[in-house]
Ligand binder design. Structure first.
Ligand SMILES: NC(=O)C1=CN([C@@H]2O[C@H](COP(=O)(O)OP(=O)(O)OC[C@H]3O[C@@H](n4cnc5c(N)ncnc54)[C@H](OP(=O)(O)O)[C@@H]3O)[C@@H](O)[C@H]2O)[C@H](O)CC1
Ligand SMILES: [K+]
Length: 245
């Protein structure tokens, strides 16, 4: 943990956590406090969509991976589709491979009838969707990145990077190590990142502006996970952060 890596606009210090610390917070929240992953994911997706909707973009593409990061992106996609601001959803794997909370999110979108492109099976339509979009929601990989981006996910990061549209990354720009900020291979360079619950230590070096979303995690969870936590959101549900000089 870095106790004062970031500050709010009011100058209040906000600690940054490593990927391992955040994973422990998630574990304690779910296993010891009974908070559902889907509950946290809904807060992530709602705040991500509200941030995306601040722009004029109306052809937004959501690029979603198979883990918790992708699940948050899919929740966001539902809100964008409901407002007719979604171009399509691009997945890095077959919809059949989704499990758990991300699968729950995906099944809802399938029932809505929105366009879902499996980039593994259809790389060209996926690349076209990314290049045609006027804003890219990057929900491919979050703090669960292991090593350099491989396969279809790596190709999608390259396509997001070369697209004309700006990217809004969820939690961590895909390809960036949440703890160190290092990129072992390709990585998204977003215009903005919406990080979740607390900023990650690796975000001090990443491109673009930073916002943090409240996931409704109880203060006791942080205490149990041994993280010094002071609710940084005031009366809001998200807060803009800058790196402490
Ligand atoms: N309290 C919170 O902060 C919450 C955060 N949430 C979000 O969940 C992610 C963490 O979710 P997790 O499932 O642990 O991991 P990710 O989604 O970040 O990453 C796993 C997926 O990424 C693929 N992956 C990983 N490394 C690579 C790589 N080098 N190349 C290609 N693909 C990679 C991995 O693919 P596999 O094929 O290995 O399965 C997974 O698909 C966090 O960042 C938040 O966004 C929760 O939603 C709620 C609580
Ligand atoms: K991401």
């Amino acid at each position: 943990m870095d106790a004062a890596a970031f500050r709010t606009a009011h100058g209040e210090p906000v600690p940054a956590v490593t990927a391992a610390e955040m994973a422990e917070v998630d574990r304690v929240a779910v296993e010891e406090f009974g908070l559902g992953i889907i509950q946290m994911m809904e807060h992530a997706g709602r705040t991500l969509s509200r941030t995306a909707l601040e722009s004029d973009a109306n052809q937004m593409v959501v690029v979603a991976g198979g883990g918790g990061n992708g699940g948050g992106g899919l929740a966001c996609a539902r809100h964008l589709a409901a407002r007719d601001r979604l171009h399509s959803i691009v997945l890095d794997r077959s919809p059949d491979e989704y499990e758990g909370a991300p699968a729950t999110q995906l099944r809802l979108l399938e029932r809505m009838g929105v366009e879902i492109i499996d980039a593994d099976a259809a790389p060209e339509p996926a690349a076209t969707a990314i290049s045609d979009a006027d804003r890219i929601i990057d929900a491919l990989i979050g703090y669960g990145l292991t090593g350099a981006p491989r396969g279809t996910a790596g190709d999608l990061i390259t396509e997001m990077q070369s697209a004309a549209a700006p990217a809004l990354s969820l939690d961590v720009p895909s390809g960036v190590d949440a703890t160190t900020g290092e990129t072992a291979g390709v990585a998204v360079e977003p215009e903005q990142t919406l990080t979740l619950a607390l900023p990650k230590t690796g975000l001090t070096a990443t491109a673009g502006s930073l916002r943090c979303a409240d996931l409704g995690i109880l203060a006791g969870v942080y205490e149990a996970a041994d993280i010094d936590y002071d609710h940084p959101f005031g009366d809001q549900f998200c807060v803009d952060l800058t790196v402490t000089e």
